[in-house]
Design a protein around this ligand. Structure first.
Ligand SMILES: CC(C)(COP(=O)(O)OP(=O)(O)OC[C@H]1O[C@@H](n2cnc3c(N)ncnc32)[C@H](O)[C@@H]1OP(=O)(O)O)[C@@H](O)C(=O)NCCC(=O)NCCS
Length: 188
């Protein structure tokens, strides 16, 4: 299938498609986003920049009426952790396994480094093999394991992992994953 997916910063014009995207996700996936993603006012406040953080969407389909295939957000934590960005990433089930999650995560990382954040964290359910593989390949490592921290829809308890990427420590290592190119400078 010939598909072109473009990753762009979220704008007001994408809000309806983004609401459709969130509305179509299985409930389990929505828990990764944490914010009230099905509330139109919340989503519009993101596009207006009022709620802080940087958000990107993957546009798929016709340029005139694209649908959204994936979403990533990096939000600085409040107060004394304002140097830390929290990443939230989700790809539509139909678009998984073709590298889109990796592209969106890279976009989040490049943006965070450019914005001066020095640490990124992401919460991953321990059994989420794809998310673990993706963030580990981008230089994230396990920093905390919270046992029985999540209760899924069936009431089963699951572990939550907090993965972290320390930008200063991994600066040289980032060159190995090609982020220097994306940042337009030599990091080695
Ligand atoms: C995690 C998620 C974003 C990955 O999206 P994706 O577009 O399928 O990811 P990619 O195609 O870029 O694959 C990323 C890596 O995961 C691997 N992978 C894909 N599916 C996998 C699976 N079921 N088990 C193990 N690894 C898997 C791929 O091989 C790839 O690694 P590689 O490049 O080293 O081969 C997607 O599964 C998702 O939205 N999950 C629900 C939300 C979530 O868990 N978010 C993360 C925490 S915020």
């Amino acid at each position: 299938m010939d598909r072109t997916v473009e990753i762009v910063e979220l704008e007001s014009a994408h809000c309806d498609a983004l609401l459709r995207f969130f509305g179509s996700l299985p409930e389990g996936d929505l828990t990764f986003i944490e914010e009230a993603v099905t509330d139109p006012d919340v989503v519009r406040s993101w596009a207006s920049g009022a709620s802080g953080g940087r958000r990107f969407v993957a546009l798929d389909g016709s340029p005139d009426a694209p649908e959204i295939a994936g979403y990533v957000a990096v939000r600085p934590l409040p107060g004394w952790s304002s140097h830390v960005g929290e990443v939230r990433l989700v790809v539509s089930p139909a678009s998984r396994g073709s590298g889109l999650g990796r592209q969106l995560a890279r976009q989040a990382l490049v943006t965070a480094v450019g914005d001066g954040l020095t640490k990124l964290v992401v919460e991953v359910v321990a059994e989420q093999g794809a998310a673990l593989a993706l963030f580990t390949a981008l230089g994230f490592t396990g920093e905390a394991l919270l046992r029985d921290h999540i209760r899924d829809r069936e009431g089963n308890l699951r572990d939550l992992m907090v993965l972290a990427h320390h930008v200063d420590e991994t600066w040289a290592g980032m060159a190995t994953v090609g982020l220097d190119e994306a940042l337009g400078q030599d990091l080695s």
